[in-house]
Design a binder for this molecule. Structure first.
Ligand code: BES
Ligand code: ZN
Length: 423
């Protein structure tokens, strides 16, 4: 008897088109190309997504549309944050041969009076308390090198000693945007490593005077976290949060930081749509991270009820290998994630870090994970464009996320995840 030969792809196509196989089931593994398309849209088409500006809002709409398309109910979690915009920044070297040094505002810096501040410059190394021993900086502009302690600590240390302003030079080439996390008491700007070294020499010779001018807007604004909910089948009141920030620093398209994490969360959400989980899973894309973790802090404060664990993806599109860690408060959840990675055949390293949205959850007492791949040379720069991101890394991040979430969303006795938080 002769049998008709029908190509497999045609058969599959036919089954799909008549609805014999749900579309999601046919796409039940993460695809790097799908995730990369999100990076191209967010970082390529939209571009910078600065907290409180139009780009961030456009990104929120895009994310909501994607998540709705996967079948999830989506809401916007609105919160207030300290909006900041630098209108203009100038650093002038005064004296016999005056010149201008290219500078950027540190995010949330206090402005100067319109005429600027003019003062002698004292170099104080990294600006740690011990660096000030035997130095008087009252009324001066303090020149500091980036590194070891945060920008916020550097500027607070200078302000506490009566400095009038701070100039921080980079410890790598170029100028890197950074945040003070809250409005500073004194103006603070960032310059390049080369300019910093030149000013350092001049300051050490003595008699370096600078004028620093910062015109900046500070106001309270509202923005939104994007929240999609996948209801648990057995323990719907216990929630696993999976997220990453979708905002960027000013001037940077933020492809690796953090369209990469956002895209990988979307791709994990797409795949998980067809996988039932005992616990509820919430996909949350956070706003206003770059100014100081404001989106995740608001979510952890206002929406923590039921949250049993959190997974944060930030900068997963560039670098040697995936790293799994957190601030160090909960090793058990890291161990669980490392085992999930092994089960999925994904090589990972362990590390420790704060400086991203998982820290907000850990501070609220919720065990959290940070999935990260390392810091690329284009971090917080205009050159953090989609070509900085490797689609295969996004696929791996989404695969790992699916594996970890399936573990976390399945309560078992002896599971090393804290019991549900009481309020
Ligand atoms: N994507 C980074 C987080 C990051 C950077 C983690 C480098 C690990 C290594 C994040 O968007 C960021 O820039 N965070 C700020 C601090 C935060 C408290 C706003 C930072 O690291 O300066
Ligand atoms: Zn960043």
């Amino acid at each position: 008897m002769r049998t008709a030969r029908v190509p497999l792809s045609l058969l599959l196509g036919l089954c799909l088109s008549v609805g014999l196989i749900p579309l999601a089931a046919a796409q039940s593994v993460p695809a790097g190309a799908s995730a990369f398309a999100h990076v191209q849209h967010l970082a390529g088409t939209i571009g910078p997504r600065v907290a409180g500006m139009a780009g961030e809002r456009q990104a929120a709409e895009y994310l909501a549309a994607q998540l709705r398309q996967y079948g999830y109910p989506v809401e916007f979690h609105a919160f207030q944050f300290p909006f900041f915009e630098a209108r203009s920044v100038q650093v002038q070297v005064l004296g016999a041969t005056p010149r201008v040094v290219v500078a950027q505002a540190l995010l949330l810096t206090a402005p100067t009076p319109a005429a600027g501040i003019e003062a002698d410059v004292v170099a104080v190394g990294l600006g740690r308390p011990e660096d000030y021993e035997g130095r008087r900086v009252t009324g001066t502009i303090v020149l500091l090198e980036r590194g070891v302690i945060t920008f916020r600590e550097k500027v607070a240390n200078a302000a506490a000693r009566g400095a009038a302003g701070v100039v921080v030079y980079n410890n790598q080439s170029g100028i890197v945007a950074g945040t003070l996390q809250q409005r500073s008491e004194i103006p603070a700007v960032a310059i390049s490593q080369d300019d910093g070294r030149a000013l350092l020499e001049a300051a050490q010779r003595g008699g370096l005077r600078l004028r620093v001018m910062v015109d900046a807007v500070h106001e309270t604004r509202t923005t939104v976290n994007v929240v999609a909910t996948k209801r648990g089948t057995a323990r719907p009141d216990e929630i696993v949060v999976v997220g990453g920030h979708y905002d960027s620093v000013p001037r940077s398209p933020g492809a690796n930081d953090n369209a990469s994490g956002t895209a990988s969360v979307l791709e994990a959400a797409r795949v998980l749509a067809s996988i039932p989980t005992p616990r509820t899973v919430q996909f949350v894309l956070f706003a206003a991270e770059e100014l100081g973790l404001f989106g995740s802090a608001a979510f952890a404060a206002e929406r923590r009820q039921g949250a049993v664990a959190m997974v944060n993806l930030d900068m997963v599109g560039w670098g040697e290998r995936l790293m799994i860690g957190n601030t160090g408060r909960d090793e058990a959840i890291v161990e669980l994630a490392v085992q999930a990675a092994q089960g999925a055949g994904i090589q990972v390293a362990r590390f420790r870090a704060g400086a991203s949205d998982h820290a907000s959850f850990e501070r609220a007492g919720i065990p959290a994970l940070f999935l990260h791949r390392g810091v690329d040379p284009d971090y917080h720069r205009p050159t953090d464009v989609p070509s900085n991101v490797d689609p295969r890394h996004l696929e791996e991040a989404a695969r790992l996320t699916v594996a970890i979430v399936r573990e976390l969303a399945r309560p078992r006795s002896g599971q090393p995840v804290a019991a549900r938080q009481a309020d």
